[in-house]
Design a protein around this ligand. Structure first.
Ligand SMILES: NCc1[nH]cc(CCC(=O)O)c1CC(=O)O
Length: 311
């Protein structure tokens, strides 16, 4: 009974307040309830408003960049204001603060990017000069590589905000993660899901990780039973790749690991921000070698890029 939060206080699940973050927190709670036969009141969902949520009129890189949405949630976890934190792994810095740990992953959702447009069915159908909205360095570079004839504009905000901008004609098309759309029950807004061969997703796209205090045995026991091992293995390879590339956070990076039994295939690419240069590679091996494959692939791409590549 030691791991039963009802015998003590509810397990506090920290999350951002966006519709997507809330859906992810609720999914985590539902999985915990089912795995441990616990009632909803054994858990408390605690919404944390971060600076990134408050400031929506400036580019992310100006107000703190990657990690902005998660830093304040990690502080709440360290301070004990919450017991676990639910994150989109795509948004997580490669290093967790001392004393915190992510060793629980929900089954991965669709990894693909969605093409979203009221007017056009796919990237190939966009007329020259069409305005496409995206604030993702990776998607901008990948699109510019394929279609240097298009015009790119910044496009921040949550799913609803971005759809509204499309409606208002700020841009004629944009990209969103299929995973987010599915979790919001909004997959219908995708005109098409883009094959990873055509647009390699961000590292960890579609994966949700649950963070806890390393020393918290109650949280560890609760989370252990909902951990999806395969998702964790894929994320380990992808994030090892990302970690080795880091320090160059203005570089567009894409990476995807896929598992077939115990064989892991990892694809990765780095691009120049204008999409003129794409350096891509692939590794295949045993799942136990995933992290090593990630580091090797990163080394290979860094070697091909040469010292000038990162400006
Ligand atoms: N960068 C924001 C972000 N972080 C996670 C998702 C979607 C869900 C996921 O990939 O897990 C999104 C939105 C998007 O890229 O469309």
């Amino acid at each position: 009974m030691m791991d039963m939060p009802t015998s003590q206080s509810p397990l506090r699940i920290g999350t951002r307040g966006s519709a997507l973050a809330l859906a992810q927190a609720h999914e985590t709670r539902a999985r915990l309830m089912a795995a441990h036969d616990l009632p909803a009141l054994a858990f408390e969902i605690v919404v944390i408003k971060t600076t990134g949520d408050r400031v929506t009129d400036r580019p992310l890189k100006e107000i703190g960049g990657k990690g902005l949405f998660t830093r304040e949630i990690e502080e709440a976890l360290t301070e004990g204001a919450i017991d676990i934190a639910v994150h989109s792994m795509k948004d997580m810095p490669t290093l967790q603060p001392d004393g915190l740990l992510i060793d629980c992953f929900l089954p991965r959702e669709d990894v693909r990017d969605a093409f979203v447009s009221p007017h056009f069915a796919s990237i190939a159908n966009l007329p020259a000069g069409t305005v496409v909205g995206s604030s993702s360095l990776r998607r901008r570079a990948q699109l510019a590589h394929r279609r240097p004839d298009l015009q790119l504009v910044e496009f921040r905000g949550n799913v609803q905000t971005r759809l509204k901008k499309l409606d208002e004609g700020v841009a004629a098309a944009t990209f969103l993660a299929m995973a987010g759309l599915r979790r919001l029950d909004m997959a219908h807004v995708a005109r098409s899901a883009i094959d990873p061969e055509e647009m390699l997703p961000a590292v960890a796209q579609g994966a949700i990780g649950v963070e806890r205090r390393a020393a918290d045995d109650r949280a560890a026991a609760l989370l252990h039973r909902i951990n999806d091992v395969e998702t964790g293995q894929r994320i380990a390879a992808e994030r090892a790749f990302l970690t080795r590339l880091d320090g160059s956070c203005q570089t567009p990076i894409a990476g995807l690991a896929e598992l077939d039994g115990t064989r892991l295939v990892l694809r990765g690419e780095i691009l120049s921000p204008d999409g003129a240069v794409v350096i891509a590679g692939r590794r295949e091996g045993s799942v136990a070698e995933g992290a090593a494959m990630g580091r090797d692939l990163a080394e290979e791409l860094l070697g091909k890029a040469g010292p000038g590549f990162f400006g």
